[in-house]
Design a protein. Structure first.
Length: 276
């Protein structure tokens, strides 16, 4: 039955329309009150972190360029035996007549097999001089070969010897060298003991050289300069060799190949101190 056709149903139709409109309005209102969708959490912005610069590790830090050490350049060693000239004597010890020789229970000096052999018992001293050729300015060399020698035992050469007065250049068996002046049997040190690596120890040998001009004398061992002394006391004399035992054992040394050269040299004049 239609509401438009039957007049008795006009009111119900209108009420239905109103109801429908009411329901539609409520639906719209309810819909408007509902959230549109699930709420999304608002993102809180993270604070911006500024990175603190980290120091860079330098494993091999640069260093200042090293200054090269200056190595000194030395000039040549000055000639310590100037003026050496012609050889005036060579003695191979074939003849024992020029040298002092003797034999006793305590000491002996003998020439044999081109050697001059000196041997002493404990506590004794012995020298042998070659007196045929007194020397003034000269360079002389002789080879020494100790076979029994130890500690403070010593041996060496004698220069400008006259009687019991002479100069003595001493080599000790513990490796020291020194010089002495002997005057009438009295000993005066003129160069204190110093060590030298050139001193021969058994069974080694050493070439001993003496350069003498005027009041100055220089000692050489194996062609190496050792020291110099000045003393005007004895200007001329003979050459010799010696040995001494200062311990409880005998000492034995042989000498060979003796040579002498002339020297033509004038020592520099000392500059006098100014007079105040």
């Amino acid at each position: 039955m239609s509401c438009l056709q039957a007049g008795n149903w006009r009111l119900p139709v209108r009420l239905g329309s109103v109801l429908i409109l009411f329901l539609l309005a409520m639906t719209l209102l309810a819909t408007a009150c509902l959230p549109l969708g699930p709420l999304e959490p608002t993102a809180t912005p993270m604070p911006t972190v500024t990175a603190t610069p980290t120091a860079t590790i330098v494993w091999f830090p640069p260093s200042a360029t090293a200054t090269l050490l200056q190595v000194p350049t030395y000039t040549g060693t000055p000639v310590m035996s100037p003026g050496v000239g012609t050889r005036i004597l060579r003695d191979n010890f074939l003849d024992d007549s020029p040298w002092d020789t003797a034999v006793s229970d305590n000491a002996s000096a003998a020439i044999s097999m081109n050697r001059l052999s000196l041997a002493v018992q404990p506590g004794y001293y012995l020298s042998s001089m070659r007196r045929e050729l007194p020397l003034t300015d000269f360079y002389a060399e002789i080879t020494a070969r100790p076979s029994l020698c130890r500690g403070d035992d010593n041996y060496g050469v004698i220069a400008r010897g006259v009687g019991s007065s002479f100069y003595r250049f001493v080599l000790t068996c513990n490796g020291e060298i020194r010089a002495e002046r002997i005057s009438g049997g009295t000993r005066l040190p003129i160069y204190d003991p110093v060590p030298s690596g050139d001193v021969a120890r058994p069974p080694q040998e050493v070439r001993i050289g003496i350069w003498a001009v005027g009041e100055e004398m220089r000692l050489f061992l194996n062609d190496r300069y050792q020291f110099s002394v000045r003393d005007p006391k004895f200007p001329i004399g003979a050459f010799g060799v010696f040995v001494r035992s200062n311990g409880d054992e005998p000492v034995s040394v042989t000498f060979s190949d003796f040579e002498v050269y002339d020297v033509d040299y004038i020592l520099p004049t000392k500059t006098p101190w100014p007079t105040p």
